[in-house]
Design a protein around this ligand. Structure first.
Ligand SMILES: [Zn+2]
Length: 472
């Protein structure tokens, strides 16, 4: 009894200590770290949901911070191509010995509903060693780190051998559909963001059970392109069904598509990705990977089938097309006159887009299923693995995440890096932000970032950009 009581007392003391310790730890932050958190908090707490939020307000808030830190009016500009839509461009001037480096982050975020979350998504909440809030990972960590680090360079009088440009843009989450974000900057102020290369989101540090397993650098993306599949029929009364039915025809075509795999393709990035991944995987998967990337693999082989069953690896192996939307019919008691599906494809870089449509038509194997491309794809070639960047990344990464290999990646999805690549600015997705590979909450509920990853990542980016601009 007494013993239990003392345990309870100890537990109570521990709880009290934890409460006392929290603010003490917060106070032990350096001024630089505190500034980064303040900026982060301000960004997260300005609602910048692409459709309903205000990226112009976020851009203005960041501009105010940069100006009050000593940047001139002309080196900090905010552009608002539409109401509630803002882009910021800021420049730290260097000696001009080399072409600038561009640090890109997006200000907008995906919708988050209070009722879906355990906490208010538009408050930066520090809890259990994490920062919670919409955008904490995607992409306000990078935005905050870039702004805080730019201020830090200025305050310490750092003179880089090239200008360091920070661009914070709007509408990335809708791939800049209305051309108000990165496309607007490229079109109207190319001179302000022109750079030898850019760092962008898309390449985090992967943790497994708290241990760093890879530091990724994203050099390419699959191209997103959707198709509409449509079957028309004269319809009729549902009491008199015929064998010809728009819904059945479409469903049968979709079933054929569901069983089809696009051919396997490897590029320099995915080859390097698989080589590194094989070193980290268990015996069986490693053997499967090695067999698949060696020479001409047999798509019917067990290795191939097993590897393709993993959606992450499958997305690196080939173009994929999947049904995402379905509609059809007009009344419960009528035969459908129309049935439609949307199929979203993610196409390997360099693969001709026309071939994808031809393949779809062939696989659907029904001339009554009319296939129409929706919109235009944003094509982009992979950015070559740049020696200076890879060298700096390898050196720093060994210090921050010892033992974690540098893994070049191709994003299965898409970011706005493709616009920059198309404009001739090689773009590397690389954030230095470490997170659990099995706990990815980007775009989802309770998005969060480890507090220690936040500070570590901020410091990593500070050092990396310095190394890439002649500062050691
Ligand atoms: Zn993002």
């Amino acid at each position: 009894m007494h013993r239990l009581f003392s345990v309870m007392l100890a537990a109570t003391a521990l709880v009290c200590w934890a409460y006392v310790a929290e603010p003490a730890r917060a106070q032990s932050r350096t001024a630089q770290e505190q500034l980064a958190v303040d900026i982060y908090k301000e960004l997260v707490e300005i609602n910048t949901v692409t459709e309903t939020g205000d990226t112009a307000r976020a851009a203005e808030a960041m501009a105010a911070r940069l100006r009050s830190a000593g940047f001139s009016e002309s080196d900090v500009q905010v552009f608002t191509p539409a109401s509630r839509k803002g882009n910021l461009v800021a420049r730290l001037r260097g000696t001009g010995a080399r072409k600038p480096i561009l640090l890109l982050a997006h200000l907008d975020v995906v919708e988050a509903r209070r009722e879906d979350w355990s906490v208010d998504p538009f408050k930066l909440i520090e809890k259990d060693g994490y920062f919670y809030g919409r955008g904490t990972a995607d992409d306000k960590f990078m935005a905050a780190a870039f702004v805080a680090n730019l201020i830090r360079y200025l305050q310490e009088g750092y003179k880089p051998d090239r200008d360091i440009i920070v661009a914070l843009e709007t509408d990335e989450e809708i791939l800049d559909r209305d051309a108000l974000g990165i496309q607007w900057l490229l079109k109207n102020h190319r001179d302000l963001i022109d750079a030898e290369f850019a760092l962008n989101e898309g390449g985090p540090v992967g943790l497994k059970n708290g241990k760093p397993i890879r530091n990724s650098i994203q050099t390419s993306e699959r191209v997103s392109l959707s198709y509409q599949l449509e079957v028309k029929n004269r319809g009729g009364h549902s009491s008199l069904p015929t064998k010809e039915n728009a819904i059945y025809r479409l469903a049968e075509g979709l079933t054929r598509l569901s069983k089809f795999n696009f051919p396997f393709k490897l590029n320099a990035t995915t080859r390097a990705y698989f080589e590194r991944t094989a070193e980290l995987e268990g015996e069986q998967v490693a053997a499967d990977i090695r067999s698949v990337i060696s020479g001409r693999p047999d798509p019917a082989s067990l290795s191939f089938v097993r590897l393709s069953a993993n959606p992450v690896y499958n997305a690196q192996l080939r173009t994929t097309c999947v049904a995402t939307l379905l509609e059809g019919g007009h009344a419960y008691n009528a035969l459908p006159q129309v049935a439609r599906a949307t199929v979203n494809c993610r196409i390997m870089p360099g693969e001709p887009v026309d071939e994808v449509k031809a393949t779809l038509v062939r696989v659907l194997a029904d001339d009554q299923i009319v296939v129409t491309q929706i919109g235009e794809p944003i094509l982009s070639a992979p950015s070559a693995l740049h020696e200076e960047i890879m060298g700096a990344v390898a050196k720093l990464s060994a210090e921050f995440w010892p033992g974690a290999p540098i893994v070049p990646t191709m994003s299965a999805g898409a970011t706005d890096g493709s616009y920059l690549r198309n404009a001739g600015i090689p773009t590397y997705g690389h954030s230095g932000l470490a997170g659990d590979v099995d706990d990815v909450r980007v775009h989802g509920k309770d998005e969060r970032v480890l507090v220690k990853s936040f500070f570590n990542g901020q410091e990593y980016l500070y050092r990396l950009v310095k190394m890439l601009s002649g500062g050691g």
